[in-house]
Design a protein around this ligand. Structure first.
Ligand code: ISE
Length: 335
């Protein structure tokens, strides 16, 4: 069976997903593309022989669409995710699931009403080999329990419409999710520090930030979010346990050693850095949809990350005070 996928959002991320589904993965085909810019939707759809729509609901209602992929801006995710659930279609929604905890709760309520887990959130780092090996070092138990998690999330630059709030809800949300994945527990409080800003940024940004979070068992997470670092897209992570550490190795596949020293290429975008993780995530999702099964992170994971984001933004807006994460009890449906 070929899973007939409808894409909502024909921007850069959507097009990267079309490319992987069409040229790199098997079992899925893009049959429809929707975008509020209908010409943008047509530009992506026509070469594929797919249909083009000017809105998400039209695409979701199309009986030829088996499953929905959402790659629009976070702010507009919620109604389309709920419409897909109500249509009984599996939906892979790029992060964030929604931009408020309340919208995520509405999504979880719709899913529980449908009686079936249909929502996957695009937290692709969960499919990265490095993070999975780090997690295994912890769960194997030989090095004891975790005490600290040091993260660095560096982007070469960001566009002018990217805001300081986006440093938390669009960028640090990846470390928020991967910390939960690595440590297997929830984050209970957050504070956001604002060190000296770089001059290499748009005037409205406060960059870098350091998000400091604490988990249920007391593990301390620090995340340097630094989005105008110039030199490349650089993701670092070190997990400290009682008897040793484990860290993400760098992104290189090969090194060069010569008269100028030793080096490797540094990529410039998340699409390249997490290429293999995205592919593993999407291939797993397509195979699961074929079998009528859920795959990947759940709507609960989307909710849990968003309420930590909410606390981080509250801290940022209140001079870096420590904010407790306001989280509902996990419904048994997501156990
Ligand atoms: C972007 O949306 C991503 O998801 C990238 O992984 C992140 O590095 C970047 O800061 C975000 O804007």
């Amino acid at each position: 069976m070929t899973v007939r996928i409808g894409l909502i959002g024909a921007g850069g991320m959507g097009r990267a997903h079309v490319d992987r589904i069409t040229n790199e993965l098997s079992g899925g085909r893009i049959v429809a593309v929707a975008d509020i810019n209908l010409d943008g939707a047509k530009a992506v759809a026509e070469p594929l022989g797919a249909k083009a729509y000017g809105s998400g609901p039209e695409l979701i209602a199309d009986p030829d669409v088996d499953a929905v992929l959402i790659a629009t801006f976070g702010k507009v995710h919620c109604p389309d995710v709920i419409a897909a659930i109500e249509a009984g279609k599996y939906v892979l929604c790029e992060k964030p699931l929604a931009t408020t905890g309340e919208d995520c709760r509405k999504i979880m309520e719709a899913e529980q009403k449908a009686g079936k887990q249909l929502v996957t959130v695009g937290f692709m780092r969960r499919f990265d080999k490095g993070y999975n090996e780090m997690r295994k070092v912890l769960t194997d138990g030989d090095l004891g329990y975790a005490t600290l998690l040091h993260c660095r999330h560096r982007n070469p630059s960001v566009p002018e419409n990217y805001t300081t709030r986006n440093m938390i809800d669009d960028t640090a949300i990846h470390e928020i999710d991967i910390s939960r994945f690595l440590l297997g527990e929830e984050i209970t409080s957050v504070r956001v520090d604002t060190p000296r800003s770089t001059s290499k940024k748009f005037a409205h940004l406060t960059d870098p930030l350091v998000l400091v979070a604490t988990t249920e068992s007391g593990v301390r997470i620090d995340d340097e979010v630094n989005v105008n670092i110039q030199f490349g897209y650089s993701i670092e992570c070190e997990l400290v346990m009682e008897g040793g550490t484990t860290s993400l190795s760098d992104q290189e596949h090969a090194r060069v050693r010569d008269q100028w020293g030793e080096r490797h290429v540094i990529c410039h975008s998340h699409v390249d850095r997490f290429h293999d993780a995205f592919n593993a995530e999407f291939q797993g999702w397509i195979r699961a949809v074929e079998r009528d099964e859920h795959a990947g992170s759940t709507a609960w994971d989307g909710y849990a990350a968003t309420v930590v984001v909410d606390a981080g933004i509250e801290s940022l807006e209140n001079g870096g005070k420590e904010v407790q994460v306001d989280m509902i009890d996990k419904p048994a449906f997501y156990a």
